[in-house]
Design a binder for this molecule. Structure first.
Ligand code: SF4
Ligand code: SF4
Length: 411
């Protein structure tokens, strides 16, 4: 019987060649690859064989209560509604019985068959992931060769959300006792607060992530468009399906899935032409690294009100244990800050589970790309205003007051 990986590569090649997918193998695995939305985020590729009276490594690894014994007591089931896509269970299962969902085959089919626009939205951690000489301009051309209508940098939407968080901070924090937790960017951080530290939700402004902001903006401007987010993150695959924000993003690919597609299509990325569209500020690009959100918001708050009576003081944590330790400090009253950023992965998104290069290398590439940016913050970024004008708003403030495009309501 063919393994999941063998079926994946065979089906991906057929889809990339524009042929109908037609392979022999386990029908359940083939259906997972062909129709990932009909299946949970984590796929079981082998039966569970851990003795029922022992602690299961997958269940022990899951901090979110998503893995439960099956009704017959012989195996484990994963509750997709509770799963945040952290991948801890996949790493914990030494028999490699669990695999993570892949969206690439339906995306390639959309690129061949869909008669409307299909946009790629690339996460800020993309710098350097496909080689040191593959610039953002070459990546844009390569994605168009694959059939995408265009490529947008999600860092632009990070800029708008930086502004939103900075204005929220300005509105809400006026005394030494008040504080704000970022709502931006990382679904693991948000899941942690929603599921484990619910009492802190009032301190989280109701904002969508830059990914959802990007998807909603594309669909506001091009209602028939399909949106494909491309990043280093598995948790984003779970985030896009959350009921209150579903519909903004149609597919989430990882850098590794995109690399597999480049590999079967034999595109030489380094030889692509440059198609540069300078957009994001260096602080929007910096969202890819731990501390990037806090630095961006701090700089923007300082620019908006340099004489603020209660200045912004940031604290940041990365990795689930680090985030939990910081939150426990907040709850114990040891705050030492009034703006808190948490990122689920060590190093931030450059350390995401489906990054291609090491996090230190990724961080250096992100920083080098950030230095090329023409602005440091969203306040200085003329493209942010231009984009909002396309949406019918004269200023960021007007947009934030009158539009609910970037809002979400946590319960
Ligand atoms: S991916 Fe994470 S949240 Fe989902 S079942 Fe596995 S350990 Fe739990
Ligand atoms: S820090 Fe990790 S979990 Fe959070 S958005 Fe980035 S890659 Fe995803």
């Amino acid at each position: 019987m063919k393994t999941l990986d063998e079926l994946y590569h065979q089906m991906l090649r057929q889809a990339a060649d524009g042929k109908p997918v037609d392979v022999d193998g386990d029908p359940k695995l083939i259906d997972c690859l062909a129709h990932p939305d009909d299946h949970p985020l984590i796929w079981r590729v082998k039966p569970c064989v851990c003795p029922p009276d022992e602690k299961r490594p997958c269940q022990e690894a899951c901090s979110w209560g998503a893995i439960k014994p099956s009704p017959d007591g012989k195996g484990m089931i994963i509750d997709d509604a509770e799963c945040v896509g952290c991948q801890a269970c996949v790493d914990a299962c030494k028999l490699e019985s669990l695999k993570t969902s892949k969206d690439i085959i339906p995306v390639v089919q959309e690129l061949h068959d869909y008669d409307g626009p299909v946009y790629a939205l690339v996460a800020p951690a993309i710098s350097g992931q496909f080689g040191p000489n593959v610039t953002m301009g070459k990546m844009r051309t390569a994605l168009k060769h694959l059939g995408f209508t265009g490529m947008l940098e999600v860092a632009v939407f990070a800029d708008i959300l930086t502004m939103k968080e900075a204005l929220e901070f300005d509105k809400n924090v006026h005394t030494e006792e008040q504080f704000q937790l970022t709502s931006c960017c990382c679904p693991m951080w948000i899941a942690m607060i929603k599921k484990l530290y619910h009492q802190l939700l009032p301190n989280v402004p109701g904002s969508v992530s830059p990914m959802i902001a990007g998807g909603r903006t594309v669909k506001a401007l091009h209602p028939n468009a399909k949106t494909v987010f491309i990043g280093p993150c598995l948790a984003k695959k779970a985030e896009r399906k959350e009921p209150d924000i579903a519909g903004a993003i149609d597919y989430v690919l990882t850098y590794q899935e995109l690399r597999d597609l480049f590999s079967v299509t034999n595109l030489d990325l380094e030889k692509m032409e440059e198609e540069n569209v300078p957009h994001a500020s260096s602080s929007g690009i910096g969202y890819a690294c731990a501390g990037g959100v806090a630095d961006a918001v701090a700089m923007t708050v300082a620019q908006l009100d340099p004489d603020r009576k209660v200045p912004i003081k940031t604290r940041k944590a990365d990795g689930v244990p680090g985030c939990k330790a910081m939150i426990n400090d907040i709850l114990a009253g040891n705050r030492d800050g009034n703006f808190f950023e948490g990122m689920g992965c060590i190093g931030g998104c450059v350390g995401g589970p489906r990054a291609i290069i090491k996090k230190e290398e990724g961080k250096a590439c992100v920083q080098a790309y950030g230095q090329e940016a023409q602005s440091r913050t969203p306040v200085e970024n003329p493209y942010v205003i231009e984009l909002l004008k396309h949406l019918g708003f004269a200023t960021v403030e007007e947009f934030l007051e009158k539009s609910d495009l970037f809002d979400r309501h946590f319960d």
